[in-house]
Design a protein around this ligand. Sequence first.
Ligand code: PEP
Length: 257
Amino acid sequence: MSSRTPLMAGNWKMNLNHLEAIAHVQKLAFALADKDYEAVEVAVLAPFTDLRSVQTLVDGDKLKIKYGAQDLSAHDSGAYTGEISGAMLAKFKCSYVAIGHSERRQYHRETDELVNEKVKAAYRHGLTPILCVGEEEQVRDEGRHVEHTLSQVDGALKDITAEQASTIVVAYEPVWAIGTGKVCGPDDAQEVCGAIRGRLAELYSQEIADQVRIQYGGSVKSGNVAEIMARPDIDGALVGGASLDADEFVKIVRFRD
Ligand code: PEP
């Protein structure tokens, strides 16, 4: 069995205002307030406008729930209207930041080069990137899903040191499975997650590759999480829609129960 602590992260996307966020995190904390869940790390990726409220709640009540953002700027400060820097997220004591989510790549035309700049920005400010990679449906139909996903990994990790890479979280999210209800079969997900770990071993070392947590994301629910988590190279889930329902997210976190 792997020694990697599973990471279950809820990507709220553009949902939950700061009051709803507080109520939601309180529910999660209450439902997970026992020893059993300590073997699983739980994080929420909230909209920027929620982060201060989440921080106050987590700090004040000493909750074990981690939190982070869904994106950051590649720049540290300056004339970048509408952007939020890694320094600002670090000030809110964020642990994680999602980078290169397919919705950012698709709707905001984020390239592998920009994703790489954002990964560097995250490390400059002590944030752990959750690097999102994965193929569109047509790429899978053409049988190029592994090659495509590994090229996104290569692009994102350009000039990233071994020390930095050892802490990254990689989320394999086939685009055709995000928000569609179509789940990638556990064997298909394992194929790509195993290939990602193999690429990390080539780029760095087997030791580093063995430390990195690789999540699966794409229509994860309480009903399918256990079989996905049973695969050797899958160390957690990045959960979108199902993370908005606190009861359902708790069931996902408790996949071992
Ligand atoms: C996501 O947004 O990263 C995601 C995996 O969404 P969903 O779980 O809704 O497919």
